[in-house]
Ligand binder design. Structure first.
Ligand code: FAD
Length: 530
């Protein structure tokens, strides 16, 4: 296979124009080009409003060695793509049926791997199946009671089901897991373009279908998924897992358990601490969501207020504040919504989501600062969880149970907002005016103010007085790390911490990749026993 880099075309180009460019670059005739596919597409916006796509292309040609002799070797080279491989074992007796706790990306991808290997995993999920969950969440946003077991954080598909569905990750990937995760998403209903665009995204509406299709695949391969089934107890003997308790009543004999519980399973973290797991408090980040008109972001990125081909534009911003804290944008949702993402009574957390078309009139993003165990005012593995809870209780009180909202101009003046400006919120859930200064520690608020003001240098209008702030953004990543050794096992043998909740991933794709990785380790162990 030949790989061509740096093929540049205006964003409005046709497929035919791209093919012609490939043929020209390879100095071949049309009939010598057997097939081609896009490996990577990125946007070159340096000369806006003239925008270009830059491509890396894989091409199969007749007489590759002859073609290679006459092309520019700086941009064309011979390459191989090694496909990700699955292990299989017929010796399932060596291992009791493995149990996976949680059906987020980590749990689902791990279960898929185990099912493909022939190990018939059981997945237990505390929340509802994704269709029932969607209805529950919508009714919560409509003002009905929170279901603490099935909400934006809990239920089939995990935390990322209500999300923008951004799929990019910075995790290094010599094993090919990243591409395999994306390939499986495509098999389950995602568009092919997620395999090559620079910043792939799915959107909540599409994620629902994908999650259901992945569940069906796991079931077809012999796996089982039980909803409304929470892990409530862990039994051990001499440091080895012997069994689990489900929903405080059912006991199950288990020797292999994957803990893919996500970053919001606070009761489960307590259970693990009491059961003697080695865990530590870890750094994460907190802050507020900010909303701007999407046209403002498009203008900055594309040089025009709207772009038919490129859709709603994204941004990524960072700043080092005077006190030394890093301030940065996180989980940016172009054309998205801010959502009430709470999972505990009397506490309120926000996050962002979008649909596949990213068509809401606002861009939103978390603006956050890193907090470390030094900020938690307490010690112990769960001190970060208690810090989060303190902020979320304060957010709930400030908004009287609704999402507390303030304009940036009022945030600077330390006063409660009383009216909106030109920006009107795109929110899922009730909201009310508040003074968000009362929510966060003073050092964090001043770092956020400094950061937002600084970001105006990059995106003019970013610090406009009527930009909308909501809070609290507290579920950015796990406040806990559950230790695992080189064999990926926790301090309790037979238990494999996995994904974001365990502290080994941050985002949908990296959590899914960690799920595959744990699947590989478990299957290898079974094979090595044989
Ligand atoms: P989770 O997805 O959290 O899944 C854990 C699962 O375990 C849950 O379904 C939970 O119900 C279940 N569970 C917990 N405790 C128990 C128990 N005791 N018994 C049984 N089941 C249990 N990431 C991105 O990459 N891109 C985005 O655009 C993005 N947007 C987001 C938007 C929102 C609103 C939220 C909340 C998160 C977003 N994220 C995004 C983060 C992403 O969702 C997580 O990184 C990812 O889901 C982590 O995967 P996971 O499988 O490790 O955990």
């Amino acid at each position: 296979m030949l790989t061509i880099q740096q093929l540049k075309l205006p964003v409005s180009h046709t497929e035919n124009e791209l093919e012609k460019k490939i043929i020209k670059t390879l100095k071949i005739k049309k009939e010598e080009l057997l097939s081609w596919s896009i490996r990577k597409q990125s946007l070159d916006a340096r000369k806006k409003p003239d925008l270009f796509f830059v491509y890396t292309i894989d091409a199969e040609v007749k007489k590759e060695s002859t073609v290679l002799k006459r092309v520019d070797h700086k941009i064309v080279m011979s390459t191989k793509r090694v496909p990700y491989t699955y292990l299989h074992t017929d010796n399932r007796d060596r291992l009791q049926r493995p149990v996976v706790v949680g059906s987020g990306p980590a749990g689902l991808f791990c279960a898929y791997y185990l099912a493909r290997a022939g190990l018939s995993p059981l997945v237990i999920e505390r929340g509802d199946d994704v269709d029932s969950r969607m209805k529950k969440v919508q009714s919560f946003w409509d003002g009905k009671a929170l279901d603490t077991e099935s909400n934006v954080q809990f239920g089939e598909g995990g935390a990322g089901t209500f999300s923008d569905g951004k799929l990019n990750t910075l995790v290094k990937d010599p094993a090919g897991r990243n591409l395999e995760v994306l390939r499986l998403f495509v098999e389950c209903g995602a568009p092919d373009e997620i395999l090559y665009v620079q910043k792939p995204h799915l959107g909540t509406d599409l994620l629902v279908t994908i999650v259901k299709n992945l569940r069906k695949k796991i079931e077809a391969l012999g796996g089982e998924i039980r909803f409304r089934s929470a892990l409530t107890g862990i039994h051990t003997e001499k440091g080895q897992l012997t069994g689990i308790e489900i929903n405080h009543r059912e006991q199950l004999s288990v020797s292999t358990l994957v803990l893919a519980v996500g970053h919001s399973a606070r009761d489960t973290f307590s259970l693990l601490e009491k059961s003697g797991f080695s865990m530590q408090a870890k750094a994460f980040a907190v802050g507020l969501r900010i909303e701007h008109p999407q046209t403002l972001i498009n203008q900055y990125q594309y040089g025009c207020r709207e772009h038919e081909t490129l859709g709603a534009a994204a941004y990524k911003l960072t700043h080092k504040a005077a006190g030394g804290r890093g301030v940065y944008s996180f989980c940016m949702c172009p054309g998205g919504y801010v959502v009430n993402a709470s999972s505990e009574e009397g506490m309120l957390a926000v996050n962002g989501m979008s649909y596949q078309d990213r068509a809401s009139k606002n861009a939103n993003s978390a603006i956050i600062v890193t907090v470390t165990p030094d900020d938690y005012g307490n010690t112990g593995p769960l001190s970060g969880v208690e810090f989060q809870r303190g902020l979320e209780r304060a957010a709930w009180r400030l908004g009287g149970g609704r999402i507390p909202l303030q304009l940036f101009g009022d945030f600077k003046e330390n006063r409660k907002s009383t009216g909106l400006g030109q920006v009107t919120p795109c929110l899922k859930g009730d909201w009310s005016f508040a003074n968000l200064r009362e929510l966060l520690p003073a050092g964090i608020s001043s770092a956020l103010q400094e950061g937002i003001t600084y970001f105006d240098r990059m995106i003019p209008g970013f610090s406009r007085d009527d930009a909308i702030l909501t809070g609290v953004e507290s579920r950015t990543s796990s406040p806990v790390r559950i230790e695992r050794n080189a064999e990926m096992e926790s301090s309790i043998r037979g238990v494999y911490p996995c994904g974001e909740g365990a502290g080994y991933a941050g985002g949908i794709t990296s959590a899914a990749m960690d799920g595959l990785k744990i699947g590989e380790v478990i299957v290898k162990k079974v094979i090595n026993f044989c």
